[in-house]
Write a protein that binds this ligand. Structure first.
Ligand SMILES: Cc1cc2nc3c(=O)[nH]c(=O)nc-3n(C[C@H](O)[C@H](O)[C@H](O)COP(=O)(O)O)c2cc1C
Length: 372
């Protein structure tokens, strides 16, 4: 039986206002992922967990253009009432413009919180001084937080990395700035910007931030199973876990963690259930007016990771899914596999995954994925 920290878990939104968010929600967050965590994917994860994801966040959206005209039709901003508590994540480098954008979002969309991104490593964001680029310019980060906070009545949260590179780990300074500027929840992704997504996240650093923080700290990096989730919760004083790529390997993970925290027996997902998920996911895109080919692209994105849990490993099935030329042929691959005798001997076991990077990386690698 996996050990859980019974009765010691506080929902990260306990800190926020006097809104009545259910305290029973577990302390998981679906990490914002651009190009992944749009309404269909969030709906999928949320429904599979029976609405037990603690927090849902939008894909990030640039607010360097300010408010209305730049944000009015941004598809990243759409969310549904059942997703609450829901946060919109914004990024940029211009304090005044970001404050204008945040205010517009608060006024017109009324999410439950606004999150500032200080973690995105990609050159078109970090290289221009936004996202993780802010970790190289903490006075700018402080000024963004100050201006955004001034414009908002909603809670403001922050997501950051450990620092720019191994020689410039400044997450404790970021924490101090966050606390001084009124950030109400800090999510720490335990890698530097330069690391990108290489190696394992450094959870000792996350733990160190959480132990010094006066605000709740959510740990982020490499949660791929109930076991890894409970290990982190038991070992580090974090207020919760933010799960990104693991959700693409196992969209049931949030519900499974919730079950474990509620001391329910673990549920197994059959291969039929795992593969049938794609039809449901497809429908979620169609109701969002996605074209069939765009929806197919997203089915393949999910299949690329989810299929790694197919046991025994089935390369032929995976390639057939990833090379399907239409939604109909994608579903034909699934149907004929499920009708075949091989399906009887196949299971879905995402826990067989060792890490999220497709190779055996079992240590922290401070090597560079991105150039400094
Ligand atoms: C495709 C992709 C897109 C991402 N987009 C965002 C984003 O928009 N905002 C953000 O804060 N983090 C973004 N991230 C980072 C994730 O939120 C998360 O911090 C990171 O994947 C580490 O968590 P994991 O090990 O659970 O995946 C993205 C990650 C990926 C893989």
């Amino acid at each position: 039986m996996l050990e859980t920290k019974k009765n010691t878990i506080v929902h990260p939104l306990n800190f926020i206002s006097n809104k009545d968010f259910t305290q029973k929600k577990p302390i998981t967050v679906l990490s914002p992922m651009a190009g992944v965590t749009d309404p269909p994917f969030r709906r999928l994860c949320n429904e599979l967990s029976n609405n037990r994801i603690g927090l849902l966040v939008s894909e990030f959206v640039s607010t360097d253009g300010g408010g209305g005209p730049f944000l009015k039709n941004r598809k990243e901003l759409k969310f549904y009432p059942e997703e609450r508590p829901f946060g919109v994540q914004i990024f940029g480098r211009n304090p005044q413009k970001m404050a204008e954008g945040a205010l517009w979002i608060e006024k017109h969309l009324s999410p439950d919180f606004i999150e500032i991104n200080a973690g995105c490593p990609v050159p078109r964001v970090a290289g221009k001084g936004g996202g993780a680029g802010l970790l190289k310019d903490l006075p700018r980060l402080a000024s963004i937080l100050k201006e955004v906070k001034k414009s908002l009545t909603l809670p403001m949260t922050l997501k950051c990395r450990l620092g720019w590179d191994e020689s410039n780990i400044n997450v404790l300074e970021t924490l101090k700035i966050a606390e001084n500027e009124g950030v109400e929840l800090l999510t720490v992704h335990g890698r530097t910007r330069v690391q990108g997504y290489n190696g394992l996240a450094d959870w000792d650093w996350i733990g160190s931030v959480a132990s010094k923080a006066k605000i709740p700290v959510i740990g982020n990096g490499d949660i791929i199973s109930v076991k890894t989730a409970l290990e982190k919760l038991n070992k580090y004083p974090v207020a919760g876990l933010s799960i990104g790529r693991g959700a693409l390997h196992n969209p049931w993970l949030f519900g499974q963690i919730a079950d474990a925290l509620e001391e329910k027996p673990p549920s197994k997902i059959s291969i039929q259930e795992a593969l049938s998920l794609f039809k449901r996911y497809y429908e979620y895109f169609i109701v969002e007016d996605a074209t069939p080919m765009r929806a197919l692209g997203r089915l393949k994105q999910l299949a690329a990771r989810l299929s790694k849990g197919i046991c025994p490993w089935n390369m032929a099935l995976r390639s057939a899914l990833l090379t399907a030329e239409s939604p109909a042929s994608f579903f034909e691959v699934i149907d004929s596999f499920l009708d075949s005798p091989v399906a009887q001997k196949t299971s879905f076991n995402p826990d067989r995954l060792l890490n999220l990077n497709g190779k055996k990386e079992d240590s922290i690698v401070y090597g560079a994925q991105f150039k400094t």
